[in-house]
Write a protein that binds this ligand. Structure first.
Ligand code: GDP
Ligand code: IMO
Ligand code: MG
Length: 443
């Protein structure tokens, strides 16, 4: 069998690593970009020139005309939000006719959002700090085998019938546990009718489409949302999202075989951030943390919440490399570190008397871990115009070398600013060859 020309791009921290920027950059040489998990909890920002796009469902490849964009079966899709997202893109002159939605993707409905918010309220101090978008309840319904799927959007009567089947139960939860008025079937079904009319024609067998493209040698990008430490299995459970965010999920979340995922690029910031609750060993409550937030503009794309900030954590990076099987790293936001007196990196954790190099299994142990830092001299130069590694000051290169050494994976891309153009592709990397083969094909 011919080797697939695909690349999974996944978050290697707690989300917001800059996946949208990296995907948009690589999409210029890709034929297909497919999301495989999550929903509109994701906020992926793409910047080129004066244009800023914030994408939630839609793959970041949409801004490259002619790229087939797929919402895979592993996603949960909010029809009302997706319609708005598409309208906004169209208003700004973006062609969205190349978007297809897997008929097997699940629908994230109004009551899921209510249940999410109500559940968080009920948890009080123990809340997860979700994005409030209904993600957990939508995945719960999928696993409980009572969800409504995207294929049901293609026929209003079938959609209404499915809704009639599930609504009495959801209303009981809402009314009896969460003190919510609940929904009227007719009103709710009608609320969705216009969205169904718009989205129904986009529903497709995306797995079939993908396999045809992969077998035809087309270049496919799999766009991850969230990050390894938010993965339902491998993340800091229960402070995680409700889907599999790792590279292997690109197979199950798109209905293709694992042999089609030939490379996995882990996107990782040159420091660390997290939104929501849960342990974060390198979180910095001093001035350095505030500096990172302000310089890096670390406020949520989806919720506007200030992100918690701290230094690069080599322990979680190694762990993310392991659970994803990363073949390369894309280090983003290196420019944000310019002007810091010194930059730090956690190389291991001190847990009581012990020093550990591997990410602990229990969250209780993780909460007790103190990072063991290695310090590096900072640099003052503005590096946002660097386009080759040689353009970077020695101190910045030194820090990148230390990241490579700590993670044991080659850095293939370095991002030095939010704009598409502010990107360094490392010479001799697999990514460079991947891009070059796409350029040949497209030219
Ligand atoms: P995603 O969820 O992984 O796609 O990341 P977000 O878009 O939520 O957050 C990353 C933020 O950093 C966005 O505002 C990007 O425009 C911005 N960004 C991405 N790469 C860089 C970079 O190298 N430098 C700077 N300064 N900003 C960047
Ligand atoms: P992108 O794709 C950062 C976090 C929430 C919360 C937890 C559970 O932009 O990187 P959920 O709403 O999914 O049930 O929330 O996961 N979270 C994210 N944090 N970036 C994201 O997406 C996130 N999506 C969810 O803050 O801690
Ligand atoms: Mg984001």
């Amino acid at each position: 069998m011919k080797k697939s020309n695909s690349l999974a791009v996944v978050g290697a921290q707690w989300g917001d690593e800059g996946k949208g920027k990296v995907i948009d950059y690589l999409a210029s040489v890709a034929d297909v970009v497919a999301r495989f998990q999550g929903g509109n909890n994701a906020g992926h920002t793409v910047v080129y020139g004066a244009n800023i796009f914030k994408l939630h469902h839609v793959p970041s490849g949409i801004l490259n005309a002619g790229t087939l964009c797929l919402l895979g079966n592993g996603m949960v899709v909010d029809p009302l939000v997706l319609v708005e997202e598409l309208a906004e893109l169209q208003k700004r002159g973006i062609d969205t006719s190349n978007l297809r939605i897997s008929g097997k993707a699940h629908l994230n409905m109004a009551y899921h959002k209510d249940l999410d918010e109500a559940n968080e309220k009920l948890l009080g101090e123990k809340k997860i700090g979700t994005t409030g978008r209904g993600i957990g309840p939508a995945y719960a319904d999928k696993i409980m085998r009572r969800g409504i799927r995207a294929i049901d959007m293609t026929a209003y009567e079938r959609f209404r019938e499915r809704l009639a089947g599930i609504l009495p139960l959801q209303n009981r939860f809402l009314k009896e546990i969460y003190d919510h008025a609940g929904y009227d079937l007719d009103e709710l079904a009608e609320l969705y009718r216009p969205a169904l009319e718009k989205l129904g024609p986009m529903v497709a067998d995306s797995s079939q489409l993908l396999v045809e493209n992969l077998n035809g040698g087309k270049k496919v990008l799999f766009e991850g949302a969230q990050g390894a430490l938010l993965d339902i299995d491998h993340g800091t459970y229960p402070y995680v999202t409700s889907s599999s965010t790792v590279a292997a999920a690109a197979a199950t979340g798109n209905g293709i075989g694992p042999q089609h995922i030939s490379q996995a690029l882990g996107v990782i910031k040159a420091y660390t951030t997290r939104v929501g609750e849960g342990p974060f060993p390198t979180e910095d409550h001093t001035e350095a943390g505030d500096q990172l937030r302000e310089r890096g503009n670390e406020y949520g794309t989806t919720t506007g919440r200030p992100r918690r900030c701290g230094w690069f954590d080599g322990v979680i990076a190694r762990y993310a490399a392991m659970v994803n099987g990363l073949t390369g790293l894309a280090v983003t936001k290196l420019d944000v570190l310019s002007g810091m007196d010194e930059v730090n990196m956690a190389v291991s954790y001190r847990c009581g008397e012990e020093v550990i190099n591997n990410f602990p299994l229990s969250i209780e142990e993780l909460k007790e871990c103190e990072p063991v830092y290695r310090s590096f001299p900072g640099w003052d130069e503005d590096i946002s115009r660097a386009r080759r590694l040689e353009d970077l000051p020695a101190a910045a290169r030194n820090f990148l070398d230390a990241i490579e050494e700590s993670v044991g994976i080659k850095i293939e891309l370095v991002s030095v600013g939010p704009d598409r153009s502010q990107t360094i592709i490392c010479k001799g990397s697999n990514l460079e060859s991947w891009i070059a083969s796409g350029q040949q094909k497209k030219s």
